[in-house]
Each structure stands twice: as structure tokens, then as C-alpha cells.
Design a protein around this ligand. Sequence first.
Ligand code: RB5
Length: 143
Amino acid sequence: MIAIGCDHGGLELKNEIIKYLEGAGVAYKDFGTKTPDSVDYPVYAKLVANAVVSGECEKGILVCGTGIGVCITANKVKGIRCALCHDVFSARATREHNDSNILAMGGRVIGPGAAVEVVKTWLGTEFSGDERHIRRISVIEEE
Ligand code: RB5
């Protein structure tokens, strides 16, 4: 199950990503926002981040205008490794190296065609499991 959320700046792109997920048969839970009214992105970023750390959802996707606000917010939640990606190379590398569990994107930065390729790559790439990456992630998680 993929948790997905956005603010008003990410709504259009989130809807395009949802179309892709539905077409690909990927189960998702939409944490909002669902209207174009101006909202505060941290609210939606925290809903998605909490759904991932609680285990309710396996991974998450967050979209705001730049992707930056939701990424900063999600990364404040312990256990979240949120990666801001607007290209396929980064999407693949962050799954293989960082085992990122949330993907952040900016609806005002990337078009829907390229964004869907980023989503496909990120969802379709496994963590490498290499010892050096496990070690580095455990250092991130240290208090
Ligand atoms: C909202 O205007 C905008 O600040 C937000 O979508 C996001 O870009 C924040 O980082």
C-alpha cells in the first residue's frame, strides 16, 4: 500500500500519479489534500510519514509546489528517509543506496510524463542490501 499526499501546489501532479497507480494496479491511500484550496503542506507530509512509520503503508509519495517543504517535514519523522527526486537516476539510486521510504516531488518543477517515470523507477527499484549502505543508514538512525 502506497501512502500519497500533497498540498494545493502538488494537487494536479498527485492526481496524475494516482492515475498511473490505478492503471498499474498499485494499491494506494490518498491522505489529501483533495481540493485546490490553499493548505499547509506539513499537515499532509506528517499524515503520509506517520502512515509509513506505523507500517500502515509500505512507502509514501508526497507532492507540493517544489517538493522541498514536504521533504523537509517528512524527514523530521524518525524512521523516514524521504528523497526529493526529479530524475530517474536519483530515483533509482536513492532506493538502492538510501532505501528511501518516501518520494517527494514538486508539481511546479516537473511535468506529469517525467514524474510518472520517476515514480515507476522509484517503486520498481529494490534496496541493494549492501553492507556499506546498511551501515550508513544505521548511522542516519542513530540518536
Ligand atoms: C505553497 O505555495 C508552496 O510553498 C508549497 O507547495 C511548497 O513548495 C513548499 O515547499
